[in-house]
Design a binder for this molecule. Structure first.
Ligand SMILES: [Zn+2]
Length: 288
């Protein structure tokens, strides 16, 4: 009798542990209908982490180096070693420098890149090699093209607005992927380092459909981006400068800072504010 009581006690304990485990997994995947977007503090560069309501995750760019790993560890739980989608907007060091480390540490389902090339660049070659290695382990590789929509589940998706053509021959910034992340009625405009000419082209193509709650100011606030026409159509509640404090480029440019002021758009800054996180419930976006 005592032995069977012990056995049934152990069985109950195992079932209890299993139930807790399952609920833990369910709860950790349930974002309560919220989309979280974090502009990580990677110094001079871009790294944007997206946590969709479905639990799917995406990383847009990876900053210059390993610092992105520290920031990702802060933005997601330590046991989470997978990122569903990694996007390299263009092959400049401040965007792809950290991605080989990300691809080495995390299991990635899809790597999206622009067709723009930076031939002869060691950083670009390191990223290509890392992406190829990830593909050998099962990741899909995709060259971005306008009209592609990446479904992040739970009603969140990311639509590629640019490039709409092969950009292999253009200067790297001009080949940047521009994407609009949409959840319900809310949206985030992610611009890489796309210059004003591309912004204005998109303003002509998409007009008011560019409207987004949050705009990542192009090219870290350089005056080569943030055309008045584009900002007018995007008409965001917030702009974000993703940049390092002591950058030698003078980002953000005073003219761009003044432009957002004139439009009465509060501009946040990863140098001053650290990582900047927004949460969308599909209707409104608030800063966390
Ligand atoms: Zn850049």
């Amino acid at each position: 009798m005592r032995r069977s009581a012990l056995v049934s006690g152990i069985v109950v304990l195992i079932l209890f542990a299993l139930a807790i485990g399952i609920w833990y997994a369910v709860i950790s995947e349930d974002r309560g209908g919220k989309l979280t977007v974090s502009f990580l503090n990677v110094g001079q560069g871009d790294a944007i982490f997206i946590d969709a309501p479905s639990g799917r995750q995406a990383l847009i760019d990876g900053g210059r180096g390993r610092v992105v790993l520290r920031e990702l560890a802060r933005a997601s739980p330590w046991w989470d070693r997978s990122i569903d989608v990694v996007v390299a907007t263009h092959p400049d060091l401040d965007h792809i420098g950290g991605l080989p480390d990300v691809l080495a540490r995390y299991r990635v389902g899809l790597v999206m890149r622009s067709s723009v090339l930076d031939e002869g660049s060691a950083d670009s070659a390191a990223f290509d090699a890392a992406a190829d290695a990830e593909a050998k382990q099962g990741a899909a590789l995709l060259v971005a093209k306008r009209g592609q929509i990446i479904d992040l589940g739970g009603g969140a998706s990311m639509e590629v607005l640019y490039p709409d053509r092969d950009v292999s021959g253009v200067e790297t910034n001009a080949g940047s992927i521009v994407a609009r992340l949409v959840y319900g009625e809310t949206a985030f405009m992610l611009t890489g380092d796309a210059p004003q000419a591309i912004e204005e082209y998109l303003a002509l193509l998409d007009g008011k459909e560019l409207h987004s709650n949050v705009l990542k100011a192009g090219h870290h606030g350089s005056k080569t981006s943030s055309s008045e026409l584009f900002i007018g159509f995007v008409s965001p509640e917030y702009a974000v400068f993703s940049r390092g404090c002591d950058n030698s480029y003078g980002h953000p440019h005073a003219e761009v800072v003044a432009l957002f002021k004139r439009f009465e758009i509060p501009a946040l800054d990863t140098c001053k504010d650290g990582a900047i996180t927004f949460v969308s419930d599909g209707t409104t976006v608030r800063r966390r």
